[in-house]
Design a binder for this molecule. Sequence first.
Ligand SMILES: Cc1cc2nc3c(=O)[nH]c(=O)nc-3n(C[C@H](O)[C@H](O)[C@H](O)COP(=O)(O)O)c2cc1C
Length: 407
Amino acid sequence: MNAFTPFQFNCGIEVKNRFVKAAMEENMSEPNQLPGTALKNLYASWAKGGVGLIITGNVMVDKLAMTGPGGVVLEKDTPVKAFREWSEIAKQNDTKVIMQINHPGRQVFKKMGGKVLSPSDVALDMGKHSGLFTAPKAMTEEEIQDVIQRFENTALRARDAGFDGVQVHSAHGYLLSQFLSPLTNKRNDEWGGELANRARLLLEVIQRVRIACGTDFIVSVKLNSADFQRGGFDVEDAIQVVKWLNDSSLDFIELSGGSYEAPAMQGKSGDERTLAREAYFLTFAKRIAEHSNIPVMTTGGVKRLPVANEVLSSGMDLVGIASALAYDPALVNKWTVNADFEGFIPNTGWKDKTLSGLANMALVKRQLRNLGKGKRPSRSSSPLISLIIDQIRAAKLTKRYRKQFID
Ligand SMILES: Cc1cc2nc3c(=O)[nH]c(=O)nc-3n(C[C@H](O)[C@H](O)[C@H](O)COP(=O)(O)O)c2cc1C
């Protein structure tokens, strides 16, 4: 078996190979938060480029709780026409596509406004950048039930729109991972306290989505292998959650790590276990996979074919690739003709780790926009200029969003 070997999910859907385009938030929606031409061009380039499965950038379950401006929203009453066109483009060339669905919880930029919810009222600690975020409000029982219903609604609409499945985002410090972490979940009701209670929301969401969408639909979870914060959700917790997920008819689990506070998903947690320059989470993922009877995928740092194959020979079933596919959407096709072809992942090494992380994101997003305009990505884009463009763009899109939904 290697990365070019097909794979069949428990739900029956088969992918032509094990390369998965991992979720990347594009911030490229049309003014009404719908997918449009730019996103369709971008997804066409990935579908033509050879990956077996595409996971969309995170799509919000609530237009009033956004991870960022220009995000896509799919709610109960959203017309699905634009989403159907999007899924059709992504499914060409025998590619499968699933929609990542997400609620940011407390990770909402202050400038965006809207709901800032979390299990408890613990504010983000981003050092001198903490002021970018509003302190959250501890959720009421009604708000928790509303969020569960929203995940179900969005998953059903994704199905209606022709997507092959959904991935529930429970990593990177967003709402479901806030519930999992003892640092952000200080509740003493059935949704907090011991891990079984902290995992309840995730397990409930998965169950509701599976029941609503049926058995012939991919249901996946993106879970942190660890949050990389002292006293936070760690690898032992992840192993226990995976043991519970074993009973939940999932098609695969994607293991990642980190949050806004500790951006390990960018290979920058400062924790020596993530310092491996490629395949950041493999060491943890291998341990966790031993306890999983659900197929496992890991994402982070992959830009070379031998590393992708090493991920699989280490016990993973699928290999996720994000940044390198922004720079080379046809990376997989390129590997079929040249196994030594090396993809590219930006690595801005500024002293301010937060700004470096933002610059890397800005660089990658700039390539996504290039692809959306039908242009070629560029490995030589400047991190500083990309960050400035990103900030100006974000300000404009935030204004557009606020005018439409908040003010
Ligand atoms: C621009 C950008 C946007 C991202 N957006 C998301 C997202 O919406 N959902 C998610 O789960 N991960 C997101 N990620 C994280 C990636 O899925 C992936 O876990 C991470 O980038 C490490 O993989 P890589 O080294 O192949 O890029 C994003 C990463 C980048 C660079």
